[in-house]
Design a protein around this ligand. Sequence first.
Ligand SMILES: Nc1ncnc2c1ncn2[C@@H]1O[C@H](COP(=O)(O)OP(=O)(O)OP(=O)(O)O)[C@@H](O)[C@H]1O
Ligand SMILES: [Mg+2]
Length: 350
Amino acid sequence: MKIVVAYSSKEGLLEEYKFRYGSDAQPENIPPDFFAEGDTMETINAVIEALRSNGHHVVGMEANDIMQGMFERFHPELVFNMAEGLFGDFRESFVPMMCEKLNIPYTGSDPLTLAICLNKARTKEILSYYLIPNPAFKVFYPHEPIYLKDFDFPAIVKPVSEGSSKGIFNDSVVDHSAMAKHKIQDSILKYNQPVILEKFLKGDEYTVAVWGNGEDIEVLPIVAISYNSLPEGALPMYSYEAKWVWDTPGNPLEIFQCPATISAVQRERIEDVAREAYQVLQIRDWCRIDVRLDENGIPNILELNPLPGILPDPKDNSCFPKAARTAGYTYPKMLNKVVEIAARRYGIRL
Ligand SMILES: Nc1ncnc2c1ncn2[C@@H]1O[C@H](COP(=O)(O)OP(=O)(O)OP(=O)(O)O)[C@@H](O)[C@H]1O
Ligand SMILES: [Mg+2]
């Protein structure tokens, strides 16, 4: 099959940034977490090679303005979408929108689901409507007054539309209203978007890889996140520092356990809530879902990642590949399975 791997590389995102900001795009003006969602060429090439190893004719393309012309020239039969984009609240919908317009099948969720899942507030509103547990929250918009009456602290301040722990640092957790107000203002200014204030859940944390559609939705072995190896003083959370600063290939943190050692009952409860969230958000093909227990031990959904991180090196602590490996899927097998799942959904015979 002719497959295009549509990606957002760190280099491509830097080009986009420079194009938008011109001479203002000085490295010292760019926050350190700005390109956190871009993929390295190592990851992109590993994906391309994995699909090639299964006999597909694969071409990689940066998800940029010239991509439509490239699609029209290459005529892909399927687009493997891993493009996260850089600017705006609909950046993850760019490739699926183009595929919808050109009538090209693609892996993963549709533009609406990608846009909703990128907006933590909208996601939580839908989860709440369907009575799926998630931490209590409030949204704060730029240029609007901040009312905090009766909020239950401690709480965490997060930019509403980010991933990869962008904007989530150790000091994002706040203990009282004055601290929250300051952090909310600071975060709105820095990330130029609304923020959510969410009750901070102190229970155990898990991340759950789910794939498939309809009757064939399968939950992969659950990954438990443990915070024992974080430096002293670090809060028990998977912050930007924990993901990208303290955890390096040279000095990996022992942060994940897969399969998680939990009781069968607890496993079933976590799997159930993950499946339900997958369903109500109308996820397609695959997703990684973050779950944390509240003070009553009830699994709450923190957020859904319908474009899950897929770092190829097992040392890199990437959770979807880790869960898949535990279930017996090598990296190439995992990616080719995603292609199969998408192809089956479209009725394409491989
Ligand atoms: N309400 C909360 N209570 C407790 N911990 C939280 C809460 N919200 C976020 N965290 C911590 O911060 C981490 C990052 O938060 P979240 O998953 O919302 O951000 P993200 O940037 O979308 O992450 P990802 O890398 O999965 O895209 C979580 O894994 C968790 O450890
Ligand atoms: Mg997360």
